[in-house]
Design a protein around this ligand. Sequence first.
Ligand code: 5GP
Length: 188
Amino acid sequence: MKELEQRILKDGQLLGNDILKVGSFLNQQVDTALLVKMAQEVKRLFPEEITKVLTIEASGLPFACMVAVELGVPFVFAKKSKTSNVSGDVVTAKVHSFTHNIDNIINVPKDYIKETDKILIVDDFLANGEALNGLIEIVEKCKASVVGCCVQIEKAYQNGGNTLRNQGYKVIALASIKEMTSNIIQFN
Ligand code: 5GP
């Protein structure tokens, strides 16, 4: 999506060599007009039947909410916990956090995902695919179907996206970064 790419070039900040900060327009302060356009694009890219949108807290939340509004379905988010001591009737998966370098146990109440659900998984970033893999694991443990995965930004030089595509999942990024160095960001 050209408008998103241009905004990344204008307002994205590189932290070290590998973390792109987009907090000023995507995931802490949110440009809602851009968010609406992204959600409309997701609807166009995923014409399949979708009954629920699933994401992981916290930075995927605004995108998931707007996509769900656009599709006219609920959205659910997985909560993160640092220990496996998660109580209640929940489905869990272990996810290694790329940005914080820790393992989280992510969890969703069993009741929120039914066997008949057709789930679109969304997130802000796709890097090594840990977050999406954990969310897929949760959907599959609930015996629901994964329609596909959509992220705002894929760092395509990391292998998460292509590993999932090779496994047969439909994975689409609204902006796909081919290369990122301190003075240049190139898109696919
Ligand atoms: P993955 O699980 O695919 O390795 O990494 C994706 C997750 O890590 C996303 O949920 C996102 O919050 C975070 N993440 C990965 N790379 C970046 C990045 O460059 N910038 C930001 N802001 N978050 C990232």
